[in-house]
Ligand binder design. Structure first.
Ligand SMILES: Cc1ncc(COP(=O)(O)O)c(C=O)c1O
Length: 359
């Protein structure tokens, strides 16, 4: 056997593999997974039926163009079907966007800390990540992000609400930022948690996209719609960008099961709103509970809360796990905790209270 191994691209060296939130170990004390911002509810009405029906023909390739889903989304958002592009989760679409815009020598700007896939997909493309620290209040520093633009900048991610802090940027500041971005730089408004927003000052990215050809909106069926396991997300973007997404898509990446489930989920609006409403109520309960215990919790508009625990991060996550919930630690920085089933949230609040008393 030869001693040499295949030559891999140098860019891959040092790129971490994506770390998923840890599952709740079966048989152990951990009963609930609050580490991946998933939806605790089962599929929406009609979804199981449509998936089961689609399963009968999975010997066939799916509809490559996702025609039914694209038409449904086009109608729902009042945008041309040619402006809708689907992909294998919104992370898949985000990767396609980077591939379509940035290569070696180019720069991609995003806030940090933010969604951990951004540095990975940027470096896979061979582009240079430019990370702009969040403000001390854990919010995007849009002025600093605009200042970071150079003639090598090709794409800017604005994660709104931001993962993992849950914080948002509001209409006036986002519009001011967009006014500063050159028209040949793509701004991706990553709105994975859009449905959980209750602050009326947070703009809907789709409204901003209408007037701005360099704005693209990223949405997903993984969070509010509860289809994380089926892998389907989409972008709304003007024609050149949407067309580039069709070129960079993995052919047949979105399964027919995912397409049918997404369409059925869009049609189950009433149930969706009820569930999202309950999670938002739970979010309020958890935030107020934590603040009542003395914690500083940034205002969150997503389905998770952020505790900046610094050096206590790992011990806090271990205490939660011991109590029965697995959360998401970012060692040295903080812990992100998904709003889950009411009982899971109770367990988490109790664990946080116990930890606080020991501090
Ligand atoms: C901000 C943000 N964007 C995108 C995604 C990707 O979600 P999906 O690929 O499941 O659509 C996530 C998932 O955690 C996220 O937090």
């Amino acid at each position: 056997m030869s001693e040499t191994s295949p030559k891999l691209r140098a860019e891959l060296e040092g790129i971490p593999t994506y770390k998923p939130g840890r599952p709740a170990a079966s048989g152990g004390p951990v009963a609930y997974k609050l580490s991946s911002n998933e939806n605790p509810y089962p599929p929406l009405p009609g979804v199981m039926e449509s998936v089961t029906a689609a399963a009968a023909s999975f010997n066939r390739y799916p509809d490559l163009a996702c025609t039914g889903l694209v038409n449904e989304l086009s109608e729902r958002f009042g945008v041309p079907a040619a402006h809708v592009a689907t992909g294998t989760g919104s992370v898949g679409v985000a990767q396609q966007l980077v591939q379509a815009t940035a290569g070696p020598g180019d720069e991609v700007i995003y806030a940090w800390r933010s969604f951990e896939a951004y540095p990975i997909i940027t470096r896979i493309s061979g582009a240079q990540p430019v990370q702009v620290p969040l403000t001390p209040g854990d919010v995007h520093d849009l002025d600093a992000m605009a200042d970071a633009i150079t003639d090598r900048t090709r794409l800017i991610f604005v994660c709104n609400p931001n993962n993992p802090t849950g914080t948002v940027v509001k209409r006036a500041e986002l519009e001011r930022f967009l006014d500063r971005v050159p028209g040949d730089v793509l701004v991706v408004l990553d709105e994975a948690y859009r449905e959980f927003i209750r602050d009326p000052e947070v703009p809907d990215g789709v409204e901003l996209y209408r007037k701005r050809p360099n704005v693209c909106v990223l949405r997903t069926f993984s969070k509010a719609y509860g289809l994380a396991g089926l892998r389907v997300g989409f972008a709304i973007a003007h024609e050149p960008v949407a067309e580039a997404l069709r070129k960079t898509a993995v052919p047949f990446g979105v399964s027919q099961l995912a397409q049918e489930a997404a369409v059925a989920s869009l049609r189950a609006e009433d149930a969706l709103l009820g569930r999202v409403g309950s999670l938002v109520c739970e979010r309020l309960r958890v935030v107020e509970g934590l603040r009542g215990q003395g914690w500083t919790v940034p205002e969150t508009q997503a389905n998770f809360v952020w505790l900046r625990l610094g050096e206590h991060t790992v011990a806090f996550a271990a205490a939660c796990e011991q109590a029965g919930v697995v959360v998401r630690p970012f060692p040295g920085e903080g812990v992100r905790v998904t709003i889950g089933e009411n009982e899971a949230n109770d367990i988490f609040l109790k664990a946080a209270e116990g930890f606080r008393k020991e501090l």
